[in-house]
Design a binder for this molecule. Structure first.
Ligand code: HEC
Ligand code: HEC
Length: 246
């Protein structure tokens, strides 16, 4: 049995090892390999998790494991290794977490820590996502170079607002993620993977929409997105520390 302390202390180190070696040499569990593209899986635990009543206390307990990589505040890292998850729509968090657990979205770094054997079944997903969705967002996320913002603004208005909204707020009911407040480096990686089909759970309409984007377009639009501000009431004061994990 691994102790919880070991798990939390070791998660980030293991993550780095996994990322540099590109494989889970010593990992406890490896995700099944697949090329199948599934945006909205059928008969998924997701539907159950969406319906259950969340237990916030249990969500906090589970989040301790997640905090090793996503940080106690849920703000991830500016270099994009770990995304901000704080303040994301709960529906989106549930979908992404279940996609990762079910092998529809490849995330070898996180996979072993997100499994039912580690955190529990649908109820655990309901609980931990409730906790994460309530965390206030990072007031100082990583942004792009800022040298092509007019171009980015136009691309955003023409190609992204219909799903991600005027200010990057997404749409909880449709599982469209908030993209404002997210680290630029993470946005670039995900966008590239969505475009190339490496992120297999991507929305097929988005994949189509962005096929013509050049690298210059991609950088410009995501630089613009990284500067869109989440609403004030969802954002933390600068320097906020999560008192639950002191
Ligand atoms: C060992 C490090 C690690 C741990 C522990 C971890 N994650 Fe992650 N998580 C990641 C990485 C890396 C990504 C981004 C993967 C990528 O680039 O596609 C990620 C992505 C996510 C995403 C998708 C975010 C998005 O914007 O689409 C969610 C949701 C998430 N994690 C939730 C959790 C939860 C809940 C836990 C705890 C049960 C957890 N993670 C534990 C490393 C980790
Ligand atoms: C047809 C709707 C649609 C359009 C148009 C669209 N997106 Fe998306 N986007 C989505 C959905 C849905 C997801 C989540 C995919 C999934 O379920 O895994 C997503 C995911 C993303 C992500 C990854 C977010 C994360 O947290 O991992 C980025 C970045 C993104 N979109 C940027 C854009 C930009 C920039 C544009 C315009 C150039 C755009 N999208 C156009 C629906 C759309």
């Amino acid at each position: 049995m691994m102790s919880k302390t070991w798990l939390v202390g070791g998660a980030a180190a293991l993550a780095v090892a996994a990322m540099t070696s590109g494989a889970w040499a010593a990992g406890p569990a490896q995700a099944p390999k697949s090329d199948k593209k599934v945006w909205m899986s059928e008969g998924s635990e997701r539907d159950e998790a969406l319906k259950l009543k969340p237990n916030l206390e249990n969500g906090k307990d589970i989040y301790e494991v997640c905090s090793a990589c996503h940080m106690p505040e849920g703000w991830g890292l500016v270099d994009g290794t770990f995304p901000q998850v704080a303040g994301q729509h709960r529906t989106v968090l549930i979908k992404q977490l279940e996609d990762i657990r079910e092998g529809n979205r490849d995330n070898p770094t996180m996979y072993p820590f997100a499994l039912p054997s580690e955190i529990g079944g649908a109820q655990a997903v309901t609980d931990v996502t409730d906790y994460i969705a309530r965390l206030p967002m990072n007031p100082k996320n990583g942004v792009g170079p800022g040298d092509d913002l007019e171009h980015g603004k136009k691309l955003y208005a023409d190609n992204c607002t219909r799903c991600h909204g005027e200010t990057g707020e997404g749409d909880a009911a449709k599982f469209f993620p908030r993209i404002h407040g997210q680290h630029y480096a993470y946005l670039v990686r995900q966008y590239q993977w969505i475009k190339e089909g490496k992120r297999r759970n991507a929305n097929p309409d988005m994949v189509k929409q962005i096929q013509q984007f050049t690298d210059k377009d991609t950088k410009a639009v995501l630089d613009y997105v990284s500067r869109l501000k989440p609403p004030k009431e969802l954002t933390a004061e600068p320097g906020w520390k999560n008192p639950d994990f002191k």
